[in-house]
Design a protein around this ligand. Sequence first.
Ligand code: GLN
Length: 502
Amino acid sequence: MASLLASKEVSSVELTRAHLERTDAVDGAVHSYLHVDREGALEQARAVDGRRAAGEDLDVLAGVPIAVKDIVATQGLPTTCGSKILEGWVPPYDATLVRRLREAGLPILGKTNMDEFAMGSSTEHSAWGPSHNPWDLDRIPGGSGGGSSSVVASFQAPLAIGTDTGGSIRQPAAVTGTVGTKPTYGGVSRYGLVALASSLDQAGPCTRSVLDAALLHSLIGGHDPLDSTSIDAPVPPVVEAARRADVSGMTIGVVTQLGGEGYQAGVRARFEESVQLLVDGGAKVVEVDCPNFDYALSAYYLILPSEASSNLAKFDAMRYGMRVLPSGVDDPSAEQVMAATRDAGFGDEVKRRIILGTYALSSGYYGACYGQAQKVRRLIADDFTRAFEVADVLVSPTAPTTAFRIGEKLDDPMAMYLNDIATIPANLAGVPGMSLPSGLADEDGLPTGIQILAPATRDERLYAVGAALEGALVERWGGPLLDRAPSLTPPFTAPPTTSKEA
Ligand code: GLN
């Protein structure tokens, strides 16, 4: 698309309109979007076409439309985080990454669905109903960023932005046959992201190819004085690495703790096959032991709720969004209004985590819960340091299973949490990770993914390995995997829909 735009064979208006038409045709069934900004996107497309006609020197992605997860602040466009408590909130400013997209001339098509405040692995915790997996509409598209994975997998947008606190870019990519990267912590500005867990959150690209991800990563990454945790260094050379697509001479570490028991047979088979393809490409494989990864999930589910309980305290019925007055109270106090609003505005999973986090931070339990989890976090980071002494990148399956059925795990929080068992260590240590499709599982014909992890600030290694493997896998499967997604082949029997007023 970028090269068609550059050669003026296609205009951004045409490209944007084509994607909006696709949304009309399929989003009634897929439900990737919470808001579609038809007029805004076309206006931005016209503006970038004008800049190109005037001979301006443009970013390679200029004119390519994009969808943005609804946890990222977009000036003038609703931002609900999949929550009722933010219904109707329109941010007065753009997140830094959105500002960069706009300045580069990428029309923003709309805001994508997600689990409420990014808590979940399926989008079933969205207050506005789940998104559906384009491979099988009865299945989940992953979460929390299932809107951003499905929007790309159903060809409603060529690119999307996701956020990853424990796996919400990578796990949705794995179960929809798409590519997703969580950059190094601090690699992409968090300014304007509604915070879930500030020490874990990171925004990144959701795409259909490794090179697409690199181009988008390169555009949104880089230092931002508005985010005090932003890394003050140039973006790693991810585009060059993706174009190089070479693993020869590299050492790939297979993590013992990620991939054995509890992983679906077809997921494991595709993973092993991918590792073999890397060996065929000239890489050396070693097994690496990361014993503390076994405690990653437990540490994460103390650290994340602790930070979330603090971050979500700002939703107090006074400053943003919803306000509910308690019934039967004549002159309610601020606390009563807050309680009534939070009761009505937050869903069960959000309440569960606020309670857990408040408990973990309370005096008397602080040391045993939060403090202990922070120590485990350090041990996990040490495991990574040791592993990267012997391997350039680490690999594992991205998620233990292919997409499960909508409803299957909704009443079992523990089963839901286990989806992120392989992705969480990277967030705890701040290292970058990528998921790319490794093929289809034999038992159900559904896509599965391989995860690549690299040392902090060495994001380019993800792209060198990812692009090399992608090339080998396209050959192995006789083309891009998404071409085989059954419900994508026309006619797509979806009721037309334009925008979703939740
Ligand atoms: N599924 C994980 C959770 O529920 C990850 C969420 C995320 O990355 N935002 O916390």
